[in-house]
Design a protein around this ligand. Structure first.
Ligand code: THU
Length: 161
């Protein structure tokens, strides 16, 4: 028998101002994208911004549906759009910001499990880590170095032979 501890590095920044210019600008794009979220059912507004290696930024926001499961999270709207627009592109980083129409979210919103899996597909495909930046509407910003950190033991294409 063998027991292992699986851990990862998570960096906390006191605020948006503590980020590098590149990360801050990306997070500001996520904040901007959040404003166009379509969330009449949850009132929870999420924006995501995907930075491509060539500097292009692709944004997404959550898009809800009267048939609830038909809606899609901001992260997947953004990452699928990035994949569609730049099929051979490399994703450099993703920023996520969330708030609510009912209260100000001051805790970073981490991507849901489905979004982690979807982003992981691109990380595996490009063979390069995708750092994730997470923020509420204000307050601390969390950064992890790779989506794989948030999804240990992920299912991936290595099983599909
Ligand atoms: N949501 C996201 O857009 N991203 C996440 O990672 C978590 C949840 C959205 C989905 C739904 O529209 C609303 O937030 C409430 O769950």
């Amino acid at each position: 028998m063998k027991k292992e501890i699986v851990s990862f590095e998570l960096t906390t920044f006191e605020s948006l101002e503590a980020l590098s210019d590149e990360d801050k600008n990306l997070m500001l794009k996520a904040v901007e994208a959040r404003e166009n979220a379509y969330a009449p059912y949850s009132s929870f507004l999420v924006g995501a911004a995907v930075l491509m290696a060539d500097g292009m930024v692709v944004i997404g926001s959550n898009q809800e549906n009267a048939s609830y499961p038909s809606g899609l999270c901001a992260e997947r709207v953004a990452v699928f759009q990035a994949g569609a627009l730049y099929p051979n592109g490399t994703i450099k980083a993703i920023a996520i910001s969330a708030t609510s129409k009912n209260y100000t979210v001051s805790t970073p919103a981490a991507p849901c499990g489905n979004c982690r899996q979807s982003i992981s597909e691109y990380e595996v495909r490009q063979q390069k880590a995708i750092p994730i930046l997470m923020m509420g509407a204000k307050g601390i910003v969390l950064k992890c170095g790779a989506v794989g950190d948030l999804l240990p033991l992920a299912f991936n294409n290595s099983f599909l032979k």
